[in-house]
Design a protein around this ligand. Structure first.
Ligand SMILES: Cc1ncc(COP(=O)(O)O)c(C=O)c1O
Length: 391
């Protein structure tokens, strides 16, 4: 073949832009007699908090899942409580609710945008409901105004799974700042990621921030735990005020994420341009739906997700044409073996099921070239127009 395979994402392109910064940080850590990564974590936290606005806290933890668990716990959500969320997220979103002893209540999604359907939320609210947790699926914002009105009317917390939406704008505001708290993921292939796992809690609440810090660091009072290691060594094991976890963000991951976070807005523009290019290239392709974005919203474009009348056929055709694709977040969680006991069989959430059977993620990343996109779109068009077979 005269061409290379086009990957779904290319994180190495991002790393190539910031390699020197990452290597300098790693060298600094290797030369530090205490190998103290906390300064990298603190520097990242300060920049992410500032980015999200006055009064917001950003607390670095081991993963997006850890961020969600710690946020829920810090908000006092636990046994006996219910959290309303979607059936078409990563299973981690549901599992984290179960991990704190609460119960997730699934509500179907909108046909457009894959997001929690505000029209269906109120019927799912019970006296045990504590929070509504929309997910900005594929990096496309959920309808936050409508969900916020419902949460306010019923005195519920509104939380955001912003793991796919770092830097996205929702009606002009930053994803992650529209409710009472949010969590992001810095897993390697997220909008901004480390070379391993990482995540962050975003909260506007000083007390919640303090509790997240407490829980992530062995339950040791942050006034001790977050001191430079040389001072902490003097104080020793004092100040344990809770049974916490060991879930602090790793220093090297913080340094990697920080180098890339500084490019977030630059890369966001490149992703948006790539999405707009696909929109134009794929306009009018029969049997294909391109992403639907509400006016006023600016997705993070973690994924460019289309719907096809014959998803599996399209996927096989792309594969044969050396184009990678994904079926991320499908099938929905209620059809996964782990939740069989819930008795939520096929037909329980028809929209999520329909979307899950039709969705396909096309290659998108900040460094994707016009030529690559033209090749992807040409292959999609050829299949959808019936001029291609999957053989
Ligand atoms: C929508 C969504 N929520 C939560 C998570 C959990 O994040 P992490 O993998 O960092 O624990 C993921 C990650 O894969 C995700 O895609």
């Amino acid at each position: 073949m005269g061409h290379d395979r086009i990957p779904l994402t290319d994180v190495s392109w991002q790393h190539a832009q910031v390699r020197a910064e990452i290597q300098a940080a790693i060298d600094r850590l290797l030369d530090d007699p205490n190998c103290d990564g906390l300064p990298f974590v603190k520097a990242l936290e300060a920049d992410v908090a500032t980015y999200h606005g006055e009064g917001w806290h950003a607390i670095g933890v081991q993963s997006g899942t850890a961020a969600q668990v710690l946020l829920l716990r810090a908000l006092g959500i636990g046994p006996g409580d219910e959290v309303i969320t979607v059936p078409n997220s990563d299973l981690a979103t549901n599992a984290a609710i179960s991990h704190v002893g609460a119960r997730f209540v699934l509500v179907d999604v909108q046909e457009s945008g894959f997001a929690l359907d505000p029209d269906l939320v109120e019927a799912a609210i019970t006296p045990a409901t504590k929070a509504v947790l929309p997910v900005h699926m594929h990096g496309v914002p959920a309808p936050m105004s409508e969900l916020s009105a419902i949460a306010r009317r019923h005195d519920l917390l509104l939380l955001e799974d912003a793991t796919l939406a770092l830097g996205a704008r929702v009606e002009g505001r930053l994803a992650g700042t529209l409710g009472d708290g949010a969590f992001v993921s810095f897993a390697p292939r997220k909008v901004i990621g480390g070379t391993g796992n990482g995540g962050m809690v975003l909260t506007p609440n000083d007390d919640v921030a303090r509790r997240v810090r407490l829980l992530r660091g062995y339950g040791q009072d942050p006034s001790v735990m977050d001191l430079p290691i040389t001072e902490r060594q003097v104080l020793g094991g004092q100040g344990h005020v809770a049974e916490g976890y060991n879930l602090k963000l790793d220093g090297i991951q913080a340094a990697v994420v920080h180098a890339k976070f500084r490019r977030l807005d630059e890369w966001r523009v490149l992703r948006a341009a790539a999405a707009a290019r696909y929109d134009a290239l794929l306009a009018g392709v029969p049997g294909l739906t391109t992403p639907i974005v509400r006016s006023g919203d600016a997705p993070a474009w973690r994924n460019y997700t289309v719907l096809s009348h014959d998803r599996d056929g399209l996927r096989a055709h792309l594969d044969a044409a050396d184009v990678a694709s994904g079926t991320l977040y499908a099938p929905p969680v209620h059809l996964q073996p782990v939740y069989r006991h819930l008795g939520l069989g096929p037909g329980s959430f028809p929209v999520a099921e329909r979307l899950g059977a039709a969705l396909l993620n096309l290659p998108i990343f900040p460094g994707i070239t016009e030529a690559q996109q033209e090749r992807v779109a040409g292959a999609v068009r050829a299949f959808q127009e019936g001029g291609a077979t999957t053989a």
